[in-house]
Design a protein around this ligand. Structure first.
Ligand code: NAP
Length: 326
């Protein structure tokens, strides 16, 4: 297939492009920041500059490219500052999820593109009640905290618009293994504490696994929503110390919820009440199996800078066992 990847130069896009090419697909990849074209070409894609918020330019780019499939992986979170108001941080990304999605879908409709896959998110979205792990059929939070409502609405728009058009929305877990992962610096500096009892649950996914699921979704018939997360949704009190250890950082501090609310605003309870996501549907229907089934191995494979005594990187270890495959 000729695959048009919007946001090909980003954290997941740069993992996705080589995997698509390995599967025999041809890739037209878009970037926005100057200087990214070279990297995309080196990965084997045809590189085009595109602002997804310019609907006319999106239409022209898609018409010119004549793709069989479109993947939307554009977000604007690089160097994002997370303060008391999540909607402020996510405002440019929310526009990409609403206006960017609509522009791509319109162009897809006009050119008869058969397959459409877009990036959505699994964490902090499911209703904060009942069991700890949610499937795609479970209800979304009906009353997201006030400072997160626009962000929740943008993701809901993307999910609904894409599936209504016959496409697939992938609700990824928290990405890790990119050079610009947002948590790395604060965890290294011991500025990311365990809040309250640390019971809020998160689902993670290694970027290589997220990209592999995306390829499978593109090759899958029919509309749908899929959680793309690893096998082990876990509370913050479990994953954060393991992440700190993988990063060579000191053990994270604990702060009581009242203090976290004072500093981070009352909506920080989203972190302590969050539910995780199940990947059963993606495994069953897409035939996806994560190479890193748990962040326990994944974090150390992604971040350990250490080199083994025989010269190999820890990233070469078997992700399931932590032992060398050879
Ligand atoms: N599920 C998750 O946990 C999740 C989701 C999203 C992002 N993140 C993380 O956040 C960090 C920063 O991410 P990021 O959002 O900057 O994503 P990124 O993955 O670095 O980049 C996203 C892509 O969107 C493109 N883009 C941005 N604005 C655009 C626009 N107006 N029109 C067209 N394309 C546009 C970027 O182009 P250029 O490269 O040319 O700027 C890039 O190709 C990464 O570590 C990433 O892993 C995590």
């Amino acid at each position: 297939m000729r695959v048009f990847v919007a946001g090909a130069s980003g954290a997941i896009g740069t993992r996705l492009v080589p995997q698509l090419i390995d599967r025999g697909h041809e890739v037209i990849g878009t970037f926005r920041s100057p200087g990214k074209a070279e990297h995309l070409r080196a990965l084997g894609a045809q590189a085009i500059a595109l602002d997804l918020l310019d609907a006319g330019a999106v239409r022209t780019a898609v018409l010119d490219a004549k793709p069989d499939a479109i993947v939307h992986q554009a977000t604007a979170l690089a160097d994002a500052r997370f303060g008391r108001n999540l909607d402020r941080t996510f405002a440019p990304t929310n526009r990409l999820r609403i206006e960017g999605t609509d522009a791509l879908l319109a162009a897809a409709g006009e050119t008869g593109v058969r397959r459409f896959v877009a990036q959505s998110f699994a964490n902090y979205r499911y209703a904060r009640e009942g069991g700890p792990v949610k499937t795609e059929n479970d209800p979304l939070d009906p009353a997201p905290p006030a400072t997160t409502r626009e962000t929740a609405a943008a993701m809901r728009h993307l999910d609904e618009a894409v599936t209504a058009a016959g496409g697939i929305a992938l609700r990824y877990g928290g990405f890790y293994a990119a050079a610009n992962d947002g948590l790395v610096k604060p965890v290294r500096k011991r500025r990311f504490p365990i809040i309250g009892d640390g019971g809020g649950i998160l689902s993670w996914v290694h970027l290589e696994d997220a990209a592999a699921a995306t390829v499978l979704a593109l090759e899958h018939d029919g509309a749908g929503i899929y959680n793309i997360v690893d096998d082990e949704p876990a509370p913050m009190c479990e994953w954060l110390p393991v992440l700190a250890n993988a990063l060579g950082a000191k053990t994270p501090r604990h702060i009581p919820l009242w203090l976290a609310r004072l500093v981070g605003g009352k909506d920080i309870t989203l972190l302590t009440e969050a539910r995780g996501a199940s990947n059963a549907k993606a495994k069953r229907e897409l035939g996806w199996a994560p190479r890193y089934p748990s962040w326990r191995r994944g974090f150390s494979a992604a971040y350990a800078s250490s080199t083994l005594t025989d010269g190999r990187s820890t990233a070469d270890l078997d992700p399931r066992t932590g032992y060398s495959p050879s």
